[in-house]
Design a binder for this molecule. Sequence first.
Ligand SMILES: NC(=O)c1ccc[n+]([C@@H]2O[C@H](COP(=O)([O-])OP(=O)(O)OC[C@H]3O[C@@H](n4cnc5c(N)ncnc54)[C@H](O)[C@@H]3O)[C@@H](O)[C@H]2O)c1
Length: 305
Amino acid sequence: MVLLSPGALGPAADAAARCGATDQFVLPDREEAKSLIVVSRVYEWLAELGLDRHDTILAVGGGAATDLAGFVAATWLRGIEAVFYPTTLLGAVDAAIGGKTGINFAGKNLIGSFHLPSRVLINLDLLETLPATLRLEGLAEALKAGYVADPDLVDLLASRGEEVALDEVVERAVKVKVATVEADYRESDRRAILNFGHTVGHAVEILAPMPHGLAVAVGMVAAATVSNARFGFDHRQLIETIFGLGLPVAAAGVSLESALQLIARDKKRSAAGVRMVLLEAPGSPVVEPVTSDLLEVGLRAVGIT
Ligand SMILES: NC(=O)c1ccc[n+]([C@@H]2O[C@H](COP(=O)([O-])OP(=O)(O)OC[C@H]3O[C@@H](n4cnc5c(N)ncnc54)[C@H](O)[C@@H]3O)[C@@H](O)[C@H]2O)c1
């Protein structure tokens, strides 16, 4: 077994020792890890080590590290085993689960593969030590999981707020992701519900700019407002929950025009409009094309004017 991890992470050494990893490749941090240049350097390293079909790649780090390592594992010798040890809450509840890998090339995640890790090791004690922003980003993705498939998880996060204990949150959010992926591994329909908050969220992430999880919180407010206009969904409860968790409910300094342009380039667009995940109620998502008028209602609700 070999280890891929951004070097500065304390848990890497511990995880590597426990799993019996023999060598480590130190990845660049964050999105810089998800490039073809890094992929190629890792391939060269694996070739030097003579890694064979029976070997395993262990990835310790956030979603960027597991996305890169998953892609390398999917493609080296046409696929070897990967084990993930996510060190961010977002990684534990989302990125490390479900087998999507991603490399940035002329756009985010435009290269990738489906390759399930053989094991995902989640260390709750480690996740409890995360800096506030990393914790909040993960709570936003957990809240998303609740809104699309587990209303009890929404209630848990709404009632306990930022101080919520992570054991139940992680278990419930992981269950939502696993069940959704099992129903539709290659995202032909059902898996798309996991994109709740991501249509506007991606635009906010780039244009505000804002960390992914926080941008998804803003995107959920926009999608909930559209859901209210479309289905009478009670979006005030969602806004209060997001606000109560200490997550942002609006994005400052983003123009309507730039947001609309970016969303129009979204790969999920059809002639009838941009496909968005809406809610009829917590736990009842609907994926459908949204007209530009409705989309604007959502954007204006999060301060994009
Ligand atoms: N494959 C999927 O299904 C999927 C789903 C969601 C997100 N993603 C991807 O995940 C990535 C985002 O993941 P992320 O939010 O974990 O960010 P990240 O991997 O970029 O890490 C964010 C920062 O946190 C630091 N960090 C990691 N663990 C830490 C710890 N325990 N303590 C302190 N700092 C720590 C990292 O070094 C980095 O600086 C994106 O590239 C996104 O595309 C993939």
